[in-house]
Design a protein around this ligand. Structure first.
Ligand code: GLY
Ligand code: MN
Ligand code: MN
Length: 441
């Protein structure tokens, strides 16, 4: 039995226990989760790439099955209403197979509306989690009601990954790392951003629609655009630097990995990469139960300001750089986020499983996770240093130009920026870095 198979029944038991409490909180008898439907482009018969409802793929590793439903009722085997249309235009989903099948009562339907016959009789007793388009039939039955107490409970607890989920994330990471290695080879052989992207997809065995987010393949100055997704067809000459933020999927779970490379491995930019890499590993070591993730973010600012000072890019002490916003001009995003079924996992600010919000630290509007880490959390750690003209101009306009050595900025600007991003599991003891484990693999 594969390890996913042996861990799956415990995963399902955890979901069932969580569901029982969530339903009690909301005053419902059944949890009903549609997988979602195709969405069409305006005035067109072309559909957008289908994206499964994350609440659905939490239960089983199905990501390409629109029109299916899960019904979970406490004390009963969960039910899967599985749409396998009669359709000669498309390849339709295979009959259900895999390690998860025996854990469900499965009914196969041929038309989406047939689901109605197999869902609970009294829809008003159901918490239905999904998007409005999933409603069935001409009366729009089972219109998702997304009750807040149910969602609050389930989403809060989704931060605690089961061993099955860790295994899925580990497998996604292995795939992503293999592709990162192929992409680095493509960069070193002179490929364009587009060419590197194709090498990445080839090695991952996944195309852009299967990857958990759009690849960021940035050569030279493009590394300064945080979400650069342009994929230039012609390589720059020379190609000095390469920032790759790209993931992979496995069983509905995402990895989210960034590496930065210098063409000249003996130069100053490589030295800056190495400094960020060392600092990043120290930050990963902070992924421990009881650690406030906001503190991890603030500590990262101090560490990165230290590197900027060391490299002669800023002229003030790290503490001052953080207090005056100078570090934010070079590190303008959060230190990371939760990771799982979604690349930016839900409930990053959840104060409890009954709702409430943990605010971001003042002056840090892009942090996506403010919770205190607990065993089972999986987070990214992704410090960066970038040379973003817009932010550097703002810094000057704010009267902080004297804190920067502009000749050093000019020297580094052609390299764009650096980000290094790993996926780390918080345990009861030492953190488990899935990304480093796969690169060492
Ligand atoms: N790939 C998006 C992020 O790192 O959050
Ligand atoms: Mn990330
Ligand atoms: Mn990323």
């Amino acid at each position: 039995m594969s390890s996913a198979a042996s861990l799956y029944s415990d995963h399902l038991a955890t979901l069932q226990a969580r569901t029982a409490t969530a339903l009690e909180r909301g005053g419902f008898d059944h949890l009903v989760v549609p997988s979602g439907t195709a969405h069409y482009q305006v005035f067109d018969d072309r559909d957008y790439p289908y994206a499964v409802n994350p609440q659905f793929k939490h239960w089983l590793p199905l990501t390409r099955n629109p029109g299916s439903w899960i019904v979970a009722t406490p004390g009963q085997k969960p039910k899967l209403v599985y749409l396998q249309p009669r359709d000669y235009w498309h390849v339709v989903p295979q009959a259900p197979e895999g390690y998860w099948v025996e854990h469900f009562d499965i009914v196969v339907i041929r038309q989406p509306e047939e689901a109605l016959k197999h869902l609970p009789r009294n829809a008003s007793r159901c918490a239905v989690l999904g998007e409005p388009q999933s409603a069935l039939g001409k009366y729009g039955a089972f219109l998702p009601n997304n009750p807040r107490p149910v969602l609050d409970y389930l989403e809060y607890h989704r931060a605690f990954k089961t061993p099955y989920e860790i295994e899925m994330l580990r497998e996604a990471t292995r795939r992503g790392v293999r592709a990162h290695q192929a992409a680095e080879r493509a960069f070193r052989s002179g490929a364009s951003e587009f060419g590197i992207h194709l090498s990445y997809c080839q090695a991952a065995g996944q195309d852009a629609g299967e990857l958990p987010y759009s690849n960021i393949v940035a050569l030279n100055e493009h590394g300064a655009v945080l979400h650069y997704t342009e994929l230039d067809r012609v390589p720059p000459k020379p190609a000095r630097s390469f920032l790759l933020d790209a993931g992979a999927s496995h069983g509905g779970y995402a990895c989210d990995i960034t590496r930065t490379h210098a063409q000249d491995t003996a130069g100053e930019f490589q030295a800056l990469i190495d400094a960020v890499d060392r600092a990043q590993q120290a930050m990963c070591a902070q992924v421990r139960a009881g650690m406030d993730y906001r503190q991890l973010h603030l500590d990262a600012h101090l560490a990165l300001a230290g590197i900027l000072r060391e490299a002669g890019i800023i002229t003030v002490q790290p503490e001052e750089a953080v207090a005056t916003g100078v570090s934010s001009a070079f590190f303008p995003h959060g230190i990371g986020h939760g990771l799982g079924l979604q690349v930016h996992d839900v409930a990053g600010f959840a104060a409890s499983d009954r709702g409430g919000t943990i605010a971001r630290p003042e002056g840090h509007p892009y942090l996506r996770l403010t919770r205190t880490l607990e065993p089972g959390f999986v987070v990214t750690i992704e410090p960066g240093i970038y040379f973003v003209d817009m932010l550097l101009e703002d810094l000057q306009a704010a009267g902080r130009g004297g804190s920067v050595d502009w000749s050093r900025v000019d020297a580094f600007r052609p390299y764009g920026g650096i980000r290094i991003e790993d996926n780390v599991v918080c345990t009861g003891g030492e953190p488990l870095n899935l990304t480093r484990e796969a690169f060492a693999g």
